[in-house]
Write a protein that binds this ligand. Sequence first.
Ligand SMILES: [Zn+2]
Length: 113
Amino acid sequence: MNFALAREAQEALKKTTRWQRFCMKMRGKKLYLGCEQKEGWSGKLPFYLFWCSACEHYAKDYPHGFIERQYLICSYCGQQQDFVSWRAPFTELRDLVLFFIRHRREFFDRRKN
Ligand SMILES: [Zn+2]
C-alpha cells in the first residue's frame, strides 16, 4: 500500500463532484488531477484519480509503462488498471506519418519502375 498516494487520493476526492465520482465508479473514468513533480523526479507526470473495483477505494496514480499500453496502480491494493492515454491515438498517427515519410522513396521508386 502506498500511504502517501492513498492520503492524496482522499484529499483529491474531497474536491470532486458527485457526478465525477459517479463517472469514476460506474464508468471507469480516470479523473485528471494535474501534473506533479515528486521528490527525486526529473520531470512532471500527470496524476489521475480512479475507482478500484478490486478493493473498492478511490486511488491516485500516474500512468506506468509504454504509451500504447499504460496502466495505473491502485494506491491501496496494488491492482493494475488499464489506462489509455489521450495521447495514444496521436502517437499512432505520428508513427504512421513517420513511417510514410521514411518509406516515401520506396513508394516513388516503385512507381517509376
Ligand atoms: Zn485497489
